[in-house]
Design a protein around this ligand. Structure first.
Ligand code: ADP
Ligand code: UDP
Length: 316
């Protein structure tokens, strides 16, 4: 019924629907599921009103008692998931509010920083790669039973995600010695561990993200004991899924950083990003670095490394 309406509608709507085919079909599916109408057609206008509330535009349409117009309007409002005020600008991403208090849009930048913001630069095309790759990883992890903040990619650099309150811990998993681990313990990079390690640092730029253990996190009320247990189990599961996945791309997952958040209903989900900014990725054959270390260590070939990972992950 609704498809027929859309086909018979104005040119501009047809164009928008064509450009947003995936979004529209998901929306239709959601409507049909929520209304549960027999035979997959729409329920009453009353149902629609209960579901979507009464914005002034919807109210006008509702009063005109035209289900046809009302459905189109709902479609248009859904397609226009509006980017509202900027809530935050970080070192690599901006976060924007939307019409929905439980959803935000993240917008990935090409800005790169290292050493707690002391080194600054730009990696051309990084925002697009990190956005697309993160979304790919989040979808893979969801399929494997790890809940994430991912909702839908909106454009090359923008993604709609569940708004979470970030647990102020950077969760780092390591399979092989590198970076601060090698430095702290005075060992070379490249030692393969028998078991992965986990560590937390307190997410606080002013303090330089100091290392902390679970007791410190509980003392500072950064997380509860139960939340830490959940986060640990999820982080190790993410490691298993990602290690296997990168292996199929001839890439070694050396280490990575995760962030978790709490949704409005108190559920812990994986948030932030998974990209060459937040993972150490080495080519399995040559051991070449395909991640942000090329930027941190002025090794050159930074953009090429990000593109190479993108090519292996996305096949392009
Ligand atoms: P930073 O804050 O370290 O400079 P970014 O530039 O990546 O980092 O900014 C993105 C910010 O958004 C981070 O602080 C991150 O914790 C936060 N964030 C990530 N995912 C979500 C989410 N789903 N909801 C709310 N905030 C998020
Ligand atoms: N990492 C990150 N953000 C940070 C710190 C670390 O994404 O603020 C990632 C980093 O890319 C690496 C892993 O976490 O994959 C471990 O980093 P490490 O502790 O070795 O620190 P670094 O060498 O980056 O200072």
């Amino acid at each position: 019924e609704i498809c027929a309406c859309l086909v018979g509608s104005e040119m501009c709507i047809r164009d928008r629907v064509r450009k947003n085919r995936e979004h529209v079909s998901r929306f239709l599916h959601k409507c049909v599921q929520k209304f549960q109408p027999p035979g997959g057609t729409f329920g009453s206008l009353g149902h629609i009103r209960t579901l979507f509330g009464m914005s002034p535009r919807l109210k006008a349409c509702f009063q005109s008692k035209s289900r046809f117009k009302l459905t189109l309007l709902i479609q248009m409002e859904e397609l226009d998931m509006e980017k509202k005020e900027q809530l935050y600008e970080g070192k690599a991403k901006k976060v924007f509010a939307t019409d929905d208090a439980n959803l935000v849009i993240v917008d990935y930048k090409d800005d790169a920083t290292a050493f707690n913001g002391e080194k600054k630069g730009t990696i051309t095309g990084k925002g697009v790669i990190n956005n697309v790759m993160s979304n790919h990883m989040f979808q893979l992890l969801e399929q494997q039973g790890v809940p994430t903040h991912f909702v839908e990619q909106l454009s090359e650099r923008e993604t709609l995600v569940k708004k979470v309150s970030i647990v102020p811990l950077e969760v780092i998993i390591r399979n092989i010695s590198a970076g601060s681990f090698a430095k702290r313990f005075g060992v070379e990079e490249g030692i393969v561990f028998d078991e992965p390690t986990i560590e937390f640092s307190y997410k606080n730029d002013e303090l330089g993200d100091p290392l902390m253990n679970a007791y410190h996190a509980i003392a500072l009320k950064a997380a509860t004991r139960e939340e830490i247990e959940t986060i640990k189990a999820m982080a190790f599961k993410v490691n298993e899924v990602m290690k296997q996945y990168f292996d199929t791309l001839n890439v070694i997952l050396v280490d990575f950083k995760l962030e978790f958040g709490k949704t409005a209903d108190g559920k812990i989900v994986l948030a932030d990003e998974i990209s060459p900014d937040t993972c150490r990725l080495w080519d399995k054959t040559t051991k070449e670095k395909l991640d942000k270390d090329r930027f941190r260590r002025d090794m050159g070939g930074v953009e090429e490394a990000y593109q190479e990972i993108m090519k292996r992950v996305m096949g392009k």
